[in-house]
Design a protein around this ligand. Structure first.
Ligand code: SAM
Length: 316
């Protein structure tokens, strides 16, 4: 298991211990693999977000000043991400967010120990997961999103950015939500999550499956993080854009053996039931599937609408 962060390191940096000390978190080693490195080696942001990647220095170089500038003064890609996802925080009753809450209500029998979200962005579902779990861990690769997530969970004021057009943004009424404890956010790769196997009672990935290079790997990692009997939630609009997922990795309309003739929803059911040559050890009971509308505003004159497939399954 991971060495815990030494108390003086965490308190010297002014971090809440709760934010960094989850025993479920693993410190990836430079050479990869399933083992954990020491917490002393972890790099973190000034706002207390651990960077749990195999090469944190390269990541910090890549994100540059986005790690420390005020949230409304970040690079264009970071501002574009925030302007798309921050409005989700102030719209907790949209069909997308209600679908996640409803799945948890229907399929959890009381409060569980740990819920993990891979690809949590600014955290619209982290608060919901916390209603059903004593501890929540949110993992994402976007430093801008996680800084906004950390701030809103700590009850800080977060600028609500709206993209006007091109690279121009305006600030709308800022977001200020009640602080919520028990939620850790960490920079990590969902395809190599900084988590020990079999730690979570719930693993959710909402609108991420078609944002990763290898969706099969994402499903495999979600499975490996989940305890037997745990709840799996995969929601996705199955966009399969080549920029994110090479066609030879796409679950629907792709070329993977056994998947070619299936749409993604059917492919996921087959995959989770262990009926495909890939990940044939998977053994899930499919609890429910539904389609829900979801929309993201790109800029003042453009909204993209999706029809998101939500699949809920229990690991046997
Ligand atoms: C389409 S957004 C969905 C965000 C949020 N779950 C929601 O439903 O609003 C996809 C998110 O996944 C994150 N992401 C993409 N690839 C990732 C990876 N390999 N590891 C961790 N996060 C990833 C992106 O940074 C982004 O925040």
């Amino acid at each position: 298991m991971a060495d815990d962060a030494p108390p003086d390191l965490a308190s010297e940096a002014g971090f809440e211990l709760l934010h960094v000390r989850s025993p479920a978190l693993r410190v990836p080693l430079p050479g990869g693999g399933a083992e954990s490195g020491p917490w002393e080696s972890v790099r973190w942001t000034e706002d207390g977000i651990p960077i749990l990647l195999t090469d944190p220095d390269r990541y910090l170089e890549r994100v540059g000043d986005d790690v420390s500038l005020p949230l409304d003064a970040l690079s264009f890609p970071a501002l574009a991400h925030l302007s798309r996802y921050l409005p989700q925080l102030v719209a907790p009753n949209t069909p997308m967010r209600r679908a996640i809450r409803g799945a948890l209500e229907r399929h959890l029998d009381g409060r569980v120990g740990l819920a993990v979200e891979l690809g949590c962005s600014v955290g619209p579902d982290l608060r919901t997961l916390r209603m059903f779990a004593r501890e929540v861990i949110g993992i994402d690769l976007s430093i801008a999103a996680l800084r906004a997530a950390r701030a809103q969970l700590d009850g800080e004021v977060v600028p609500l950015l709206a993209r006007v057009e091109g690279r121009s943004f305006r600030s709308e009424d800022p977001i200020c939500l009640l602080p919520m404890d028990g939620i850790t956010v960490a920079v990590g790769n969902a395809l190599d999550p900084p988590l020990f196997p079999g730690v979570a009672d719930v693993v959710a990935s909402v609108n991420v499956l078609d944002s990763v290079r290898s969706p099969v790997n994402l499903v495999g990692q979600m499975d490996s993080t989940l305890k037997p009997g745990g709840l799996l939630i995969i929601a996705s609009p199955f966009c399969w854009a080549d920029d994110f997922t090479p066609p030879e990795e796409a679950l629907g309309g792709g070329t993977i053996e056994g998947f070619a003739s299936l749409g993604t929803a059917d492919a996921l059911v087959e995959l989770l039931s262990g009926r495909l040559p890939i990940l044939s050890h998977l053994d899930y009971e499919i609890l429910e599937q539904s389609d829900v509308p979801w929309s993201l505003r790109d800029h003042a004159r453009s909204v993209t609408s999706y029809d998101v497939h939500v699949l809920v399954a229990r690991k046997r």
